[in-house]
Design a protein around this ligand. Structure first.
Ligand SMILES: Nc1nc2c(c(=O)[nH]1)N[C@H]1C(S)=C(S)[C@@H](COP(=O)(O)O)O[C@H]1N2
Ligand SMILES: [Mo]
Length: 371
């Protein structure tokens, strides 16, 4: 989509630890991974997308504290060292922005024009939220925990606070992560601590967390009460939905992508030589495992099962592969679609919605085989 690559915008761009990302915004940083760089089960930090609404806060880890307050009998204030001494949990999980793919909706929708790379998978390590709530003596009548990060509202942009319903907070895989791919969480991904809400929209994964507030109600601020909502009834493309018909996005839908070949639009098809062509990519299904991935090399007329990768975790994407020998030179439309363990599969065309969330159309890319 003609975005500048890191370092190609004519001025020095310094994004700590990042390499060759598509730059949607440089301040605050919104960076997307080129699809062909997402070729490993765990996404290296240097290729992991970045999304933030507000300028990245400066966090002094010595001064930083995590408080657990609200409907609790023993409010907690923990240092990073204290958190590191609590039982640690580890989990590979896929993180995707609800707006990933917004750039493909027609009519187009204002907001970041993400293509396919606002997604990645890391191994997250840290302390279970349930462990913290239990230590704090949570009131059994609480229905939500709200998570606030060290970033603060700026200008017209309000503070970023997100609530998570108690049933998901108490899930053994919901955690405050202190590590990403085995190393301390990088600053740009929320150091020293961020929330991991496996299978759910990235907006819930609050970075630079400083405060957990246990409550009977959800937060009433913009980022929970208004943003990141999806219409419960279908909306005609370009239409509107009544606010009372909007629901908070929780678990993500089923989706798949190609990482090999990368790119591949009709105007700029992926190019390859005759012979054996490795096709590969990922499929993921929110809170569900991937049951099946099918690939078509003729625009969807005939589908064949892809081979699924050995890494099979409930909340992480599943790699798929297929070797293709093109029947001859020419132009091909390559497609991939996934089905998850709940039997959900991808639509031909993702439902248009006013904020452009949850784009998960059957993936279609263009390839030219040279004779
Ligand atoms: N404190 C804070 N946390 C945040 C955000 C933010 O703006 N502020 N953005 C959220 C959104 S919308 C997404 S998609 C993920 C992106 O996480 P990443 O930058 O580590 O990839 O962070 C989430 N956590
Ligand atoms: Mo997001």
């Amino acid at each position: 989509m003609g975005l500048p690559l890191l370092g190609q915008t004519g001025r020095p761009l310094v994004f700590p630890g990042k390499r060759s990302m598509l730059v949607h915004n440089d301040f605050p940083e919104d960076l997307e991974a080129p699809t062909e760089s997402l070729d490993s089960f765990l996404t290296p930090v240097e290729r992991f997308f970045v999304r933030q609404h507000l300028p990245r806060p400066r966090v002094d880890v010595g001064q930083w504290r995590l408080s657990v307050e609200g409907m609790v009998s023993r409010p907690l204030t923990l240092t990073l060292d204290e958190l590191l001494k609590l039982p640690q949990h580890k989990l590979p999980a896929t993180l995707e922005c609800a707006g990933n793919g917004r750039g493909y909706f027609r009519p187009s929708i204002p907001g970041l024009q993400w293509t396919k790379g606002a997604v990645g998978t890391a191994e997250w390590g840290g302390v279970r939220v349930a462990e913290l709530l239990q230590r704090a003596g949570m009131d059994g009548k609480a229905l939500y925990a709200s998570f606030d990060g060290a970033d603060v509202g700026a200008g017209q942009t309000p503070d970023f606070v997100r609530s998570v319903p108690m049933r998901k907070c108490l899930d053994a895989d919901t955690m405050i992560a202190l590590t990403m791919n085995g190393k301390p969480l990088p600053e740009i991904h929320g150091a020293p601590a961020r929330l991991i809400v496996p299978g759910w929209d990235g907006a819930s994964w609050v970075k630079w967390v400083t405060r957990v507030t246990v409550a009977a109600e959800a937060d009433k601020g913009f980022y929970f009460a208004t943003a990141y909502k999806y219409p419960k009834l279908p909306v005609a493309p370009g239409g509107a939905a009544r606010p009372e018909d909007m629901e908070v996005i929780e678990a993500m839908p089923v989706k798949s992508m190609f990482t090999s070949p990368g790119g591949g639009t009709a105007a700029n098809p992926a190019r390859m030589r005759m012979g054996r062509v490795p096709l590969a990519g990922f499929a993921w299904g929110g809170e569900n495992r991937i049951a099946r991935v099918e690939v078509s090399t003729d625009g969807g007329a005939r589908w064949l099962d892809a081979t699924l990768g050995k890494e099979d975790f409930r909340f992480a994407w599943r790699q798929w592969r297929m070797e293709w020998t093109p029947p001859g030179a020419g132009y091909f439309t390559l497609c991939v679609r996934a089905t998850d363990s709940a039997g959900r599969t991808q639509p031909i065309e993702a439902a248009w919605n006013p904020s452009g969330y949850l784009w998960n159309s059957i993936e279609r890319i263009a390839a030219v085989v040279e004779g």
